[in-house]
Structures are given as C-alpha cells and as structure tokens.
Design a protein around this ligand. Structure first.
Ligand code: FAS
Ligand code: PHB
Length: 388
C-alpha cells in the first residue's frame, strides 16, 4: 500500500490530523494498536481550549460539541474553605468548552468512516523504517499477515508508550522530565456537578478537582500518594475525602453516587526534542506529557496537529518552510504549556517534602491571585489557550 502520510496511533491527535488532511485532499492511513471500543473506553480530558474548539469545527466534527458541550467562562480556585472565581471572559474575551475527549474521539472515528478511510485497528508490531531517507515506510502485522505502507512522511501520534519516539537515535533525542510524588484518583459518576464551573481546591490533605462531562455526569479527582491502589478506594471513601477538601458550601451541595469509572493516573512533566527526525514528526503525547492540572494534555496534542497540518498542506503546495519549522513552532508552545501546567500543579498540590514554607508560598500565591487582576489575567490567558 502507498499513501502520503502514515499516521501511527488512532487516538485524538492521529484522528484529527487524518481528518484535517483529508479535508485538503492529502491522503493518510491511521494505524491503531487497540480496538475502537478500547480507545473509546478511555476516560481522559474534559476541557477544550478555544483553539481546539475551532480546529474541531474546521475538521467538520464540531456539531455534537456545539450542541451538547458546555461553554465555561471561568473556574473557581479554593483554599482554606473559601473560593474565588477567575473570569476568563472578562479578562481575555475567551472561554473554554467542557466536552470530553471520549466524545471528541468518537466523532473523529465516525468522520474517518464517513470519509471512507476507516482506521486500521488491532495492528501489531508497527515499525517505521528509513525515516532518514526520502522513501520511508511502515511495517505492521494484522491478523498474522505482514503489511507494508510506503509513504512520504510518518506522523508519530502513538502516545507516550508508542514506538515513534524510540525511532529517533539516542544521540539526537533530548528528553526533559519531572515525575511528581503523587497521582490523581479520578471518579466518573452519574450525578449532577457540584458547581456550574470547575473547582480547583488546594487543601492541607491534598488537591481536589470538581469537574463534569454533562448536567448528569460528574468527574472528580483527588491527589493521592504514589503507592495508592484504586481497589483500596471505595466510593464512599472517595466522597468523604472530597467533601473534606472542598469548601463547606460545595461539600454540602455535593450529590454522591456510584462510580461508573475509577482510576489512578500518575503525574509527570515530559518533553522530547526535537519533534522531527527526517520524515518522522512526533505529535501529542508521543512528544510531551503534562500534569492534568492545567487541562493542557489534549489541547497540546491539538496544537501540534495544527502546526503539522499547516506544514504538510503548504509542503504539498510547494512551500516546505512551515514543515521544516514544525518542531521549533510546536515546541515553543509546548514549553509554555508545560510551564503553566507545572505552575498550577505546584500551586495546588501538597508536596510530601514541602513543609511549612511551601504551604506559605501556596497561600500567598493564591492570595495574590485573588486580589490581582494582572495575575488572574495571566492565569486566564494560559488556561483558555495561548494563540497557535
Ligand atoms: P493518545 O495516547 O491518546 O493516543 C495514542 C494512540 O496510539 C492510542 O490510541 C494507542 O493505543 C496508540 N498506540 C500506541 N502504541 C501504538 C503502536 N505501537 N501501534 C499503533 N498504535 C499505537 N489531558 C487533559 O487535558 N486532561 C485530563 O484530565 C487528562 N487526563 C488523563 C488521564 C490519563 C489516565 C491519561 C493517560 C492521560 C490524560 N490526559 C489528560 C492526557 C490525554 O488526554 C492526552 O493528552 C491525549 O490522549 C493525547 O492524545 P494523543 O497524542 O493522541 O495520544
Ligand atoms: C476533567 O474534566 O477531566 C479535567 C478538567 C480539568 C483538568 C483536568 C481534568 O485540569
């Protein structure tokens, strides 16, 4: 088989890239290791920057999002049993969209079907070859049969554990990482959200986040020690701990119910440079990871897609400058989002070795935020999404 772009990974970045390329007549093939059901069973991001919203609309997959998603014009930050609001709309003129990654991915899979380019799921042993030549190709097996795809370029959209980043020679690749000494225990419940907007809570017992997916589907998180196992957390233990960490007013309004999903995710900051090697481009989690405190993971994947789609489109029109600057352009925005995600995580979590001084620094940062329009504007413009 031959195509223009071979995309490794049928998660949100691979699917969105394929859909945007399709709309400008550039052919691609998406190879996905898991089944579609498995990919759609993942519960991950919940907040879209406005740039991501506009990109999904450009890709022709924004209809359900616009009909069922919720536009949020702010968030609440809480500590010491009280909270204050950061008004995105007033401070930046922008908002965010609460629309789950699962729904985004569902719409993108259906768009691939409608385009007659279904994702090839269930592949094994995906391996890119001759990336430093002008004739790269990708091999894989499916149902025991060997396959080869010859292409012009390879997009590594295969997430943190995929093969693409490993294909870059060790002497070329530079990796930067910070692993946090805690994780997030997340719960999805068919209960009404406790608040009309997200609540990020700093508490001496640990961070808590109250989010949502719809009027009847809530998503909550608790900071937990690294060694915690999800089996050790009953639903009632989760709700009791959440009530302790959020302001009393919210705790009293909290409607609890059985979890429909419960999992613990580790937190890390990670960036791999460069995001291009020869004919390979790294996209999304294949190149970078952020702690979810800034709601940036999915949105960063989409900004990479924006830059790569722009570069490939111009390349096939005869101008390769944007493609040649893909890594530099993408990384400039990646590092700003890494900083924001790290700063939100540092401000809101309890660090085991932090001590009294760290708590005082968090208290003063939150107090400064509460009283400073300049500080709130800086947080707001990062949260709604810096320009592409
Ligand atoms: P993905 O990891 O989503 O997709 C990569 C795809 O490649 C997967 O489908 C995988 O099966 C496939 N793949 C891997 N190896 C392959 C191979 N060898 N061959 C073929 N296919 C292969 N972000 C937020 O903004 N907010 C959140 O709350 C949030 N919560 C998260 C919770 C968890 C547990 C995790 C892991 C991530 C979370 N994220 C969150 C980040 C997440 O949303 C990612 O940023 C987003 O999925 C990135 O999309 P992709 O780059 O497409 O990577
Ligand atoms: C979510 O709803 O899953 C969510 C929202 C905001 C975050 C992280 C996760 O910062």
């Amino acid at each position: 088989m031959r195509t223009q772009i071979c995309i490794i990974g049928g998660g949100p970045s691979g699917l969105l890239l394929a859909q945007l390329l399709h709309r400008v007549g550039i052919a691609s093939v998406v190879l996905e290791r898991r089944s579609r059901a498995h990919v759609l069973g993942r519960i991950r991001a919940g907040v879209l920057e406005w740039g991501s919203v506009e990109l999904l609309r450009l890709a022709g997959v924004g209809a359900r999002m616009d009909a069922q998603g919720h536009v949020h014009e702010g968030i609440y930050l809480a500590s010491r049993n009280k909270g204050f609001r950061i008004d995105f709309k007033k401070l930046t003129g922008k908002s965010v969209m609460v629309w789950g990654q699962t729904e985004v991915t569902r719409d993108l899979y259906e768009a691939r079907d409608a385009a007659g380019d279904p994702v090839i799921c269930g592949v094994e042993g995906v391996a890119p070859h001759d990336l430093d030549s002008d004739a790269p190709y990708v091999t894989y097996t499916l149902d025991g049969a060997e396959h080869r795809i010859d292409c012009d370029f390879v997009a590594g959209c295969d997430g943190f554990h995929g093969p693409s980043r490993q294909a870059i020679p060790a002497e070329v690749l530079r990796e930067y990482e910070r692993v946090y000494p805690f994780g997030w225990l997340g719960i999805l419940s068919e209960t009404p959200p406790v608040s009309d907007e997200l609540i990020y809570a700093n508490h001496e017992r640990g961070f808590a986040l109250c989010s949502m997916r719809s009027d009847q589907l809530s998503r909550h998180y608790l900071q937990v020690p690294l060694g915690d196992r999800v089996e050790a957390w009953t639903d009632s233990a989760f709700w009791e701990e959440l009530r302790r960490r959020i302001p009393t007013e919210s705790a009293e309004a909290l409607v609890t119910g059985p979890s429909v999903e419960k999992s613990i995710a580790p937190l890390r900051s990670f960036v791999a440079e460069p995001m291009r090697w020869g004919r390979l481009f790294l996209v999304g989690d294949a190149a970078h990871i952020v702690p979810p405190t800034g709601a940036k993971g999915l949105n960063l994947a989409f900004s990479d897609v924006h830059y790569l789609h722009d570069g490939l489109t111009r390349h096939y029109q005869g101008d390769s400058r944007a493609l040649d600057s893909y890594s530099e352009r993408a990384l400039a925005r990646v590092w700003k989002s890494e900083r924001f995600s790290w700063s939100m995580t540092t401000m809101l979590h309890r660090f085991p070795d932090g001590g009294g001084f760290a708590q005082k620094m968090q208290d003063s940062e939150l107090a400064y935020l509460e009283q400073s329009t300049a500080a709130q504007t800086a947080l707001a413009e990062n949260y709604v999404g810096l320009p592409f």
